[in-house]
Ligand binder design. Structure first.
Ligand code: INI
Length: 161
């Protein structure tokens, strides 16, 4: 019979999650982190200081997200890694370099390790737009947490690779 695979949002039991957060634009990324942790906590993940389900690593900027995600994914300790960053265009061509490396790097880490790595990097033209997505209007940290729960659950449900 046909199988249908889908992740659940209520599969927190036994799930270990690493969150990797960029300090660059931390006005934005700290808000993404608090939205993300709020959502994880409300879906049954222990987010207390004593938690054995959740660890948080800080990196200087979004460019560093892939390397640190790779080491955490390879550790075998986590079923999902969430990256959080904010890259704001302003007028700098540097934007494209940082965004390209972060996105390609995160995709590569995810495929090469088999551990879902959630791409939680906001890419906006202005700080105002970034803040709107980090709590002034919605908080995308919440969405990234849901995507992590879904992917952790889905990968568990799929046939072993
Ligand atoms: N890092 C970001 O996360 N966001 C940015 O907007 C940004 N800009 O604009 O430069 C940024 N740069 C730092 C970069 O990620 C590295 O930390 C740095 O180049 C050291 O490798």
């Amino acid at each position: 019979v046909m199988a249908t695979f889908e992740g659940r949002f209520t599969d927190a039991q036994g799930l270990r999650i690493a969150v990797v957060v960029a300090r660059f634009n931390d006005l934005v990324t700290a808000k993404l982190l608090s939205g993300c942790l709020d959502c994880l906590g409300r879906h049954g993940i222990d987010t207390s200081a004593e938690s054995s389900q959740l660890d948080v690593a800080w990196v200087p900027g979004s460019f560093e997200l892939p390397l640190v995600s790779q080491q955490l994914a390879r550790s075998g300790r986590y079923q999902v890694v969430i990256t959080l960053g904010a890259v704001i265009r302003g007028d700098t061509p540097h934007f494209d370099v940082v965004v390209a490396e972060a996105s390609k790097g995160i995709a590569t880490v995810s495929r090469e390790t088999g551990v879902p790595v959630i791409f939680g990097v906001l890419t906006t033209d202005t700080m105002q737009q970034a803040l709107e997505r980090a709590g002034i209007k919605s908080n995308l940290g919440w969405s990234y947490a849901l995507q992590a729960l879904e992917m952790g659950s889905l990968v568990k449900a799929l046939p072993a690779a």
